[in-house]
Ligand binder design. Structure first.
Ligand code: S3P
Length: 184
């Protein structure tokens, strides 16, 4: 089984993907980093040169490719029962091209959902690397995050499991995933 970590920018997807990967000795792939490597451009450059709709197409293809790379050659029984890899998605991945439905069919989706204030606090510090946020002032950023969160929640809510404790230790995170495994 593949675990798909989803959630808003700044929710901690990459952090937990790395932690889980180290703890469970399984590979993790950060979807944005995979796309950057494949296309030899940063996410900001892709947005700038190709536009968001093209980025969303690349993102949808990337998720399928990364999944296939991890899962190829695995016996059927293990595909269902063992955690074989972690994919850390971009914040918008579940909200385009029916990616959320695809992920729910192909693995265990886990929504990392810390309180909005914590997301704002983190993104104020890191906004320059994110094309959707880079040009916003701190107060515009707060509104933008709130509006986007409202818009995206219906997609995130389709996840099979949710973690809302922003400081959850890795071992507890793993326990939650192990308990949620039968939801896939
Ligand atoms: C985006 C989130 C980013 C990246 C791109 C668009 C979004 O990923 O995919 O900038 O639409 O929320 P992170 O959530 O890893 O920052």
């Amino acid at each position: 089984m593949i675990v798909f970590l989803i959630g808003f920018m700044g929710s901690g997807k990459s952090f937990y993907a790395k932690g889980l990967s180290g703890f469970l000795h399984i590979p993790f792939v950060d979807l944005d980093q995979f796309i950057e490597k494949e296309h030899g451009m940063t996410i900001s450059e892709i947005f700038e040169k190709m536009g968001e709709p093209s980025f969303r197409q690349l993102e949808s293809s990337a998720i399928k490719q990364v999944y296939a790379d991890i899962i190829t050659g695995t016996p059927e029984s293990q595909k269902k029962n063992d955690i074989l890899g972690i994919i850390s998605c971009g914040g918008g991945t579940p909200c385009f091209n029916e990616n959320m439905e695809w992920m729910n069919l192909h693995g265990l989706t886990v929504w990392i959902n810390p309180p909005e204030d914590i997301i704002v606090e983190r993104l104020v510090k890191e906004k320059t690397t994110r094309p959707l946020l880079a040009s916003l002032s701190a107060s515009a950023l707060r509104n933008f995050i709130h509006e986007k969160m409202v818009e995206r929640k219906p997609y995130y809510e389709k996840a099979k499991s949710m973690i809302s404790n922003p400081n959850i230790p890795i071992d507890e995170f793993i326990n939650t995933i192990q308990h949620a495994k039968n939801l896939f």
